[in-house]
Ligand binder design. Structure first.
Ligand code: MG
Length: 390
């Protein structure tokens, strides 16, 4: 069966954070929420890499794209102090026919509303989620536990990511909600079900964000609402949507959103990017700072690659050349170049003599100290002339 969808997404900085580290994809048939973590805006970078990598996945299985995103985030975190320890959640699905392929890691959530019943499709990869599954704490205790934001799994924090993958059949009338913990951590499930049962995906997204803010808005809030419809009535044209629809890094600097959160009555500069049910789309795209950052990263990579190439060339060269120097007070022949790069010496003693450099005339001492680079023959000739070799 062919299904189509009406969908809307909204991301809001909330009321207490200074940056929005959430990102999302609202681009039928692909939908995603990522909630970044890490200091100094590194979380923003991690969640942006996750959604950008997924959005570029084309027909590749989502799990493979998620693994690639993991590798990219991990490599950047390793390479750069500024990004050390960063990571992100990722909860995403792609609709194919009547099937939705999900990938999930972290504590963002996917819910399915079917026949008035709300089912949480994902399990939270958090310490508290684990304790809850083990029966060690109650849901009420979990809701207020001080460790509730500590993740047991995330994208980008380990060389390999343990990403959950599952497939669900969808049917007309279903509503899928993806959200960051800024929503699920503050708005009860019964309320989510009530709001999602409404007719308008766009309105549902706005109401959910407003509810989370009414509950304190402690965290960034991101929601993607997808209503499943029978085939023909859809606004969704997969070909067109692939080109135009937003892959949004939800950042307060990501300007260009047509629809902003009308529930944001404090006017705190919250960001939003919405695909409206009518199919009109705004595409704020990745924020400019992110682009600058990736340009800097490219330049840095090129510089590092050049340095490595130079070092390799120097190392290769250094096996072919010799010079005369001093080892432990005695004249010696060295193989290599008379320099070091950091702790790495580019030469080693090739031949030791018992001729003390101090016994040489001062002109000869200067000749030894000059470290003239040449062939092996020239170096041995010089040592012989100085009387170091028979
Ligand atoms: Mg969060």
């Amino acid at each position: 069966m062919t299904l189509s969808v009406r969908h809307a997404a909204l991301s809001d900085i909330g009321l207490q954070r200074t940056t929005n580290e959430d990102a999302f994809i609202d681009r039928a048939p692909l939908f995603a929420v990522a909630d970044g973590m890490g200091g100094a805006q590194a979380g923003e970078v991690a969640s942006a890499i996750a959604v950008e990598t997924l959005a570029a996945a084309a027909d590749e299985p989502l799990a493979a794209a998620a693994e690639r995103a993991n590798a990219r985030i991990f490599a950047l975190a390793q390479a750069n102090d500024e990004h050390a320890g960063m990571g992100t959640t990722l909860t995403a699905f792609r609709l194919r026919g009547a099937q939705a392929e999900f990938v999930h890691i972290g504590d963002s959530r996917a819910y399915l509303l079917r026949g008035g019943r709300l089912e949480q499709l994902t399990e939270d990869h958090s310490l508290v989620g684990q304790w809850l599954r083990e029966g060690a704490i109650t849901p009420e205790e979990a809701a207020v536990n001080r460790y509730r934001s500590v993740l047991s799994r995330a994208l980008g924090t380990e060389p390999e990511a343990a990403v959950d993958r599952f497939v669900r059949d969808l049917a007309p009338g279903d509503v899928v909600l993806l959200c960051s913990d800024g929503l699920s951590g503050s708005v009860p499930a019964e309320r989510l079900a009530e709001v999602l049962a409404g007719p308008d995906a766009d309105e549902a997204a706005h109401v959910l964000v407003r509810d989370a803010k009414n509950h304190g808005g402690h965290d960034n809030i991101t929601v993607v609402v997808v209503q499943v419809l029978a085939g023909e009535t859809s606004d969704v044209d997969p070909a067109a949507s692939a080109a135009e629809a937003p892959v949004s890094v939800a950042d307060e600097s990501a300007g260009g959103a047509q629809a902003t959160d009308t529930g944001n009555d404090d006017g705190s500069g919250a960001s939003a990017a919405v695909t409206s049910p009518s199919g009109s789309r705004d595409a704020p795209g990745p924020a400019a700072p992110r682009r600058r950052r990736s340009r800097r990263f490219v330049v840095l990579t090129v510089v590092v690659a050049l340095l490595v190439a130079l070092l390799v060339a120097a190392t290769i060269t250094s096996t072919q050349v010799f010079y005369v120097g001093v080892d432990d007070g005695n004249v010696a022949v060295y193989r290599g170049l008379p320099w070091s790069v950091g702790p790495l010496k580019l030469s080693r003693v090739y031949l030791r003599t018992t001729l003390p450099v101090a016994s040489l005339a001062s002109g000869d001492q200067q000749g030894v100290g000059a470290h003239h680079i040449g062939g092996k023959g020239a170096a041995i000739d010089l040592v012989t002339q100085l009387g170091g070799l028979p």
